[in-house]
Design a binder for this molecule. Structure first.
Ligand code: ADP
Ligand code: MG
Length: 140
């Protein structure tokens, strides 16, 4: 299985409730290694740019407001099949549809305030990692 890297964000609903440790434990238990991590207050323009792909969706403005409503933890996770493995650990976008034991099932408050972001492809992972991190910050 290929070793991959993926971009994770622990979202404001989770940082506000002091859940970063419990969520990181889920990643580590699944075999994902946190090789970079920082707590940031996103600016509106950063959040707009990060979610630009969704700019025509009806939830875009609310999503941007949510993402700047409190600090986030941006992270790079590394492991076998990390992109898909992380999506599996996260669970479905809507917590009502998420499997038992997933982060979103256990912690998400709503389809919007769903606790975590994870890259959806290897190509997007590389783009998203470089959005937040320099190579020198990725430490295995
Ligand atoms: P995912 O985060 O699972 O990849 P998407 O890329 O489709 O999901 O959406 C990005 C984020 O936008 C979601 O994680 C969620 O915070 C928000 N979102 C998605 N769909 C909706 C919706 N129907 N209403 C409100 N917010 C949404
Ligand atoms: Mg997505």
């Amino acid at each position: 299985m290929p070793i991959e890297r993926t971009l994770s964000i622990i979202k404001p609903d989770a940082t506000k409730r002091n859940l970063t440790g419990l969520i990181n434990a889920k990643f580590e238990k699944a075999g994902l290694r946190i090789i970079a991590q920082k707590r940031l207050q996103l600016t509106r323009s950063m959040a707009e740019k990060f979610y630009e792909i969704h700019k025509d969706r009806p939830f875009y403005n609310d999503l941007v407001n949510f993402m700047i409503s409190a600090p986030v933890l941006v992270q790079v996770l590394e492991g076998n099949n990390a992109v898909k493995l992380n999506r599996d650990v996260m669970g479905a976008t809507n917590p009502d549809d998420a499997d038992e034991g997933t982060i979103r099932k256990e912690f998400a408050k709503s389809i919007e305030a769903n606790s975590v972001h994870g890259s959806d492809s290897l190509e997007n992972a590389q783009i998203e990692i470089s959005f937040f991190f320099a190579n020198i910050e990725l430490v295995v």
